[in-house]
Design a protein around this ligand. Structure first.
Ligand SMILES: NC(=O)c1ccc[n+]([C@@H]2O[C@H](COP(=O)([O-])OP(=O)(O)OC[C@H]3O[C@@H](n4cnc5c(N)ncnc54)[C@H](O)[C@@H]3O)[C@@H](O)[C@H]2O)c1
Length: 386
């Protein structure tokens, strides 16, 4: 195969952007194979914009048409696992959008099925993993440059969304249609990066507010305490109602500290010797000397690295990597099976707030699903009027 023919399932906001990238030849070794959507208006749209590309209103028919080698699932989150499975069953490569699903039980089914088809590509659109900043950050941590992690703090409140965003389609911000709010729609990127770079916590305790500043059923405000089980702790804050949002990620280690500002700048402070050695050898007089106008280079050296990021380039990079994996076995930047970690975190954060207590990971999948179904039932009995 020289070019992968991609079938896009769902041409709403995201799928239509991918159709544009592919039809404009922006994705190396990948072309637009076919388009699928259940909305008749999209059929009309596709006929005008892409008259030479086959359109399907049934994704199974598209997979069985012979028009596509791979699919990408640009549809509401609940549908990603079943579409991934149906594609792989038909020997079609599957790239699922984030999040991998709404609850881990359905994502596990996808992962288990994908494991039976190792010859097929199974990836996930974690586009921020292509950001050189996060790749560098992971490298610094993996190399042990700041030692073992003691604390992680990520405040990511730059996901501002007005009420009109939630009102634009019926599935958004409902338990039944979307399965959650900021934790399943916007923050999955950071939940993935957090676990990719710093590992999974063992326990979480959360304070989550549902419909706090927006007329929605699901969460728009989240504060979580993370416990990594080895003494290390963390705080993760996100929301969709902060117009002047903050994106600041700090990682404190035994041998230094990293601050990431606005996903654009990394400041790494590497201690001259590990903090514990300093504690064992330095007196309070040394501390006063250094912190009261002394020379900080006696304690740490500082490196600042700045990055540029262009919207769209990251998504194209994931698709190019996916095509390269199919064509020549290039390793995937974001293997599909990794998607379960962020979903597990989001589920644990929801569950902690619903039960009002700290919960351990992995969470009880059946309990999570039972509680989620209760939310859906409540919503069906008392729908929000938007
Ligand atoms: N990676 C990213 O940066 C990123 C950004 C935005 C959205 N997304 C993800 O993409 C997905 C879609 O989001 P969106 O904002 O494009 O939503 P959207 O509502 O704009 O579009 C969804 C489309 O899917 C279609 N659809 C629904 N059910 C279908 C089915 N069974 N078969 C075929 N088509 C179907 C709808 O008709 C609609 O056109 C979500 O999971 C979202 O999380 C990812």
């Amino acid at each position: 195969m020289t070019k992968v023919r991609m079938g896009i399932i769902g041409v709403g906001a995201q799928g239509s952007a991918y159709a544009g990238f592919l039809s404009e030849g922006k994705v190396e070794n990948m072309v637009l194979g076919a388009i699928c959507d259940i909305d008749p208006a999209k059929k009309q749209w596709a006929a005008e914009k892409y008259p030479d590309v086959s359109f399907y209103d049934n994704y199974i028919a598209m997979m069985e048409s012979g028009d596509v080698d791979a699919i990408v699932t640009c549809v509401p989150h609940y549908l990603h696992p079943e579409m991934g499975i149906e594609a792989l069953k038909r020997n079609i490569h599957a790239l699922v959008e984030k999040p991998a699903g709404v609850y881990t039980k359905q994502v596990r089914e996808l992962n288990d099925f994908a494991a039976t088809k190792p010859e097929l590509a199974f990836g996930i659109m974690f586009n921020q993993r292509t950001n050189p900043l996060y790749q560098k950050l992971k490298e610094i941590i993996d190399n042990g440059e700041i030692g073992g992690i003691r604390r992680t703090n990520w405040m990511i409140t730059t996901w501002w969304r007005p009420q009109g965003y939630y009102d634009q389609s019926a599935w958004r911000a409902t338990w039944e249609g979307e399965g959650g709010g900021v934790l399943v729609n916007q923050a999955p990127h950071q939940l993935d990066l957090l676990q990719w770079i710093c590992g999974m916590p063992k326990k979480v305790y959360s304070n989550v507010k549902y419909g706090y500043q927006r007329n929605i059923a699901v969460e728009d405000e989240v504060t979580v305490m993370l416990d990594y089980g080895n003494g290390a702790t963390g705080v993760f804050v996100t929301c969709t109602h902060d117009v002047i949002g903050t994106d600041r990620f700090e990682i404190l280690g035994d041998k230094g500290k990293i601050v990431v500002d606005d996903s654009k700048k990394i400041t790494v402070k590497r201690l001259i010797k590990p903090e514990r050695d300093m504690s064992d050898t330095m007196s309070m007089a040394d501390v006063m000397k250094i912190f009261m106008g002394g020379n900080s280079s006696e304690i740490f050296n500082e490196e600042v690295i700045e990055f540029e990021s262009v919207w769209g380039a990251q998504h194209i990079a994931v698709m190019e990597n996916f095509a390269a994996h199919i064509i020549d076995g290039t390793p995937l930047l974001a293997p599909g099976s990794d998607g379960i970690h962020g979903v597990a975190l989001a589920n644990a954060i929801h569950l902690s707030s619903w039960l009002g207590k700290e919960v351990e990971l992995p969470v009880d999948e059946d309990l999570y699903l039972e509680e989620l179904k209760k939310k859906i039932e409540e919503e069906q009995k008392q729908p929000l009027t938007k």
